[in-house]
Design a binder for this molecule. Structure first.
Ligand code: GDP
Length: 138
């Protein structure tokens, strides 16, 4: 059944000119781009988005990084979208990511790792709603 997930092309990948290549990989893998928006976010907006990670030692660094430059926010759709995007992304640390994955190809480090993808149905629902209004998701 078609499922939706939420994804971000992170500031490192946008800064390095990899956004179009990453979008091409996403489309080649069979995802439909339901909606997409390029914008910069504030540190406070990043903190709200990554609230679940607030106790982790890298939280400050993560929020500074995510607000360091423009990003692409998007909603993607396909059968099994959540798990399939996670597979296409590769491991959090690009050093451990499989060949052919987005993080293997474009990520620099465990922090600056090119792409975000929701990890479960409940987080996808929260993340979609955090960045997009209902009328943008028709
Ligand atoms: P993901 O689901 O694969 O994105 O990984 P996590 O949910 O564990 O972490 C969320 C994000 O926090 C990652 O994508 C990284 O951008 C960042 N992150 C995770 N671990 C580290 C770390 O050890 N150092 C830094 N600076 N950032 C990290």
């Amino acid at each position: 059944m078609a499922q939706r997930t939420f994804s971000i092309i992170k500031p490192d990948a946008v800064r390095d000119g990899h956004a179009a290549a990453i979008l091409a990989d996403i489309e080649k893998a069979g995802f439909k781009i339901v909606t997409i928006r390029k914008q910069s976010i504030s540190n406070a907006q990043a903190q709200g988005f990554y609230y679940v990670h607030k106790e982790r030692p890298f939280f400050g660094e993560l929020c500074s990084f995510m607000s360091s430059g423009p990003i692409f926010l998007m909603v993607l759709e396909k059968d099994n979208a959540i798990a399939d995007l996670r597979k296409l992304m590769g491991a959090t640390n690009p050093a451990n990511a499989e060949e052919g994955t987005i993080r293997k190809k474009y990520a620099k480090s465990i922090g600056e790792n090119a792409i975000h993808g929701s990890d479960a149905e409940d987080t996808a629902k929260f993340e979609l709603g955090y960045w997009f209004a209902g009328y943008e998701l028709i």
